[in-house]
Ligand binder design. Structure first.
Ligand code: CP
Length: 315
């Protein structure tokens, strides 16, 4: 149950699409305070003491899983990590039965990553705990978009009016969907680029400009966000070859040198070096890729805090 003093309108974070610009700004502002906590010698505050958070990761993850766990520990929450491997999911137990059994142990929040779009909403509709979407199929990855926005705001100084080009597998990416929702709500100028087979039809209806070459995407951009090809969601490769893809859409220092002064390069990870991005770019002066990872902890602390605090007030 929500109260008037609740910071966010919903008990859950299922995506960026339902958030207002004010809620996005609140999360980013709150994350600034938590970034400072992460830079202290003692990186811990008691905000979620006594609360139990279950991390239910049914799909592979490095950055999201680890940074949620670190964020929970820095907020003094009790954490439990659950993965499909080694659990009764392997014996055929359904997601909803798994979640209801976990709920019987009274967690306050459940962080879920699942290959099926809509899985977090299915749990949120049935369970009293706050549910946080840590990536559901090709649908949304809200905390990734929030940490990307935090990084852009920190580096460029603002979101409104910033030119952001997102390049790669636009069709199969949950990161791009969440980023487009967030960046257009915050009045940034979003361009997407990729081969025709990796661009969804009618993507312009999401309020973005479409270009078909990497050079056009780089021209005038303040930020280039590179995406990997989501082979796990494509079934089979829908481009002629990875070598040809690199020659056409691979981000290299030579291409970047034609871009704007101060241009930054982002990537949500995991990267496929030599496919969508050259190592000299990933590790070079344009890259803020590891800053994104650092900021992910602060942003996830903010989300947990805003949902967890509101949860206690509404109990
Ligand atoms: N960016 C991201 O979601 O990375 P992981 O899959 O490693 O969590």
């Amino acid at each position: 149950m929500r109260t008037a003093s609740s910071a966010l309108r919903s008990k859950d974070l299922l995506g960026i699409e339902p958030l207002s610009p004010e809620e996005i700004t609140l999360i980013l502002d709150t994350a600034e305070g938590f970034k400072e906590v992460s830079e202290r010698p003692v990186k811990k505050v008691p905000a979620l003491r006594g609360q139990l958070v279950i991390n239910l990761f049914m799909e592979a993850s490095t950055r999201t899983r680890v940074s949620f766990e670190i964020a929970e520990k820095r907020l003094s929450a009790d954490t439990l990590n659950f993965s499909a491997s080694g659990s009764s999911v392997e014996k055929g137990e359904t997601l909803i039965d798994t979640a209801e059994n976990l709920m019987a142990m009274h967690p306050d929040m459940i962080v879920i990553r699942h290959k099926h779009p809509g899985s977090p909403k299915m749990l949120a509709d049935r369970l009293p705990a706050s549910v946080i979407n840590a990536g559901d199929g090709a649908h949304e990855h809200p905390t990734q978009a929030l940490l990307d926005a935090f990084t852009i705001r920190e580096r460029v100084g603002r979101l409104q009016g910033t030119n952001i080009s997102i390049v790669g597998d636009i069709a199969h990416s949950r990161v791009v969907r969440s980023n487009i929702h967030l960046l257009t709500k915050m009045k940034a100028n979003v361009t997407v680029a990729g081969p025709p087979t990796l661009l969804p039809m009618d993507i312009e209806k999401m309020g973005v400009r479409v270009v078909h070459s990497l050079d056009k995407a780089i021209e005038g951009a303040d930020v280039i966000m590179m995406l990997r090809i989501q082979l796990e969601r494509q079934g089979k490769l829908t481009i002629p070859s990875l070598r040809e893809y690199y020659n056409t859409f691979g981000l290299t220092p030579e291409r970047l040198r034609r871009g704007k002064e101060g241009l930054i390069v982002m990537h949500p990870g995991p990267m496929n070096r030599g496919v969508e991005i050259a190592s000299d770019v990933a590790d070079g002066p344009w890259s803020v890729i590891l800053e994104q990872v650092t900021n992910g902890v602060a942003v996830r602390m903010a989300v947990l805090y805003l949902l967890g605090g509101a949860h206690m007030e509404g109990a």
